[in-house]
Design a protein around this ligand. Structure first.
Ligand code: HEC
Ligand code: HEC
Length: 244
């Protein structure tokens, strides 16, 4: 009988002690503070692990870490190493005052890298303390990397995004979003390629159909090797010319 009784009693005590916990913590504030600083290593990189998510191949993966000196004297960072030559780690300052910090910029060259990447950074200070942190990211393929190898945006693999999707689109605003916005910006306000809002319908019709003689802006009319019908170009030109 005693055994059976003791179970609910235990549960009761447990729930009581859980509720009281926050109060106990408040009372012990000074000691809790001490405990935290004791647990912190003298040299410390935050965060210990940084995930950048998806990065396009060829683009730099860059993250900024914080290096903390939790010791009672100023330190100097005497050694900074990365797990591979493709990784550069540069602190804002090599000297860190007592209880101070500096930023550590870590950049990884993602050329010819694929999928899940993990890079470590190791630092050592003048007191011999060591700290490490890791940077992770996922390299996704970048269709723009080998741009020099093709004639233009309608060729090769480029066509899957810059040609094919335009063919079936009827509504001019949608056509613009699918085929032009990636270069001329939202609402034709300009981005990589120029603002189009100053052009009249006739000029737009001609240029869209024939292009400007550049691989990035070939003629979009079918008779010039492009994906668009005369009707699509006509409607698109009217729509762009009507933009505010
Ligand atoms: C998977 C779809 C896709 C493929 C394939 C693709 N592009 Fe793009 N392209 C885009 C998108 C989306 C943008 C808008 C900018 C961005 O998001 O990178 C763009 C933008 C561009 C730009 C404007 C500059 C820039 O980078 O923003 C150029 C020039 C370009 N593409 C050319 C090409 C060429 C040439 C090829 C073939 C080698 C190609 N694209 C393949 C989707 C694609
Ligand atoms: C891959 C990028 C890209 C795409 C996609 C693209 N353009 Fe262009 N466009 C350019 C570039 C680059 C120029 C020329 C800029 C220069 O000559 O300095 C240009 C020029 C133009 C011009 C002439 C601008 C002027 O001021 O003379 C017009 C009009 C134009 N584009 C319309 C369009 C339309 C409409 C679409 C969609 C059907 C489109 N472009 C798609 C890159 C692009």
């Amino acid at each position: 009988m005693v055994k059976y009784l003791s179970i609910p009693l235990c549960l009761f005590l447990l729930s009581c002690s859980q509720q009281e916990q926050p109060q106990t913590e408040v009372k012990q504030e000074p000691t809790a503070d001490k405990v935290v600083s004791q647990q912190m290593p003298a040299l410390h990189i935050q965060p210990a692990r940084y995930d950048l998510g998806d990065i396009k191949e060829g683009e730099a993966a860059i993250a900024t870490f914080i290096v903390r000196n939790n010791s009672k004297q100023a330190i100097e960072l005497v050694d900074i190493q990365a797990s591979c030559g493709c990784t550069a780690a540069e602190p804002d300052s090599y000297i860190i005052p007592s209880n101070g910090f500096t930023q550590l910029k870590v950049a990884v060259d993602t050329t010819a890298k694929q999928e899940g990447i993990k890079k470590a950074v190791y630092i050592t200070d003048s007191l011999g303390n060591k700290a490490t942190a890791t940077l992770t990211f996922n390299v996704v393929s970048n269709p723009h990397l080998k741009m020099g190898a093709v004639k233009g945006i309608f060729d090769g693999q480029c066509a899957s995004c810059h040609f094919q999707p335009l063919k079936a689109v009827v509504e001019p605003s949608k056509l613009y979003d699918v085929g032009c916005a990636m270069c001329h910006g939202e609402g034709a306000t300009g981005a990589y390629a120029p603002d189009l809002r100053h052009l009249d319908t006739q000029t737009l019709t001609t240029i869209i159909a024939q292009g400007v003689g550049k691989p990035q802006m070939p003629g979009f009319a079918m008779k010039h090797g492009g994906p668009l019908s005369e009707q699509q170009i006509h409607d698109l030109a009217i729509w762009i010319a009507s933009l505010p």
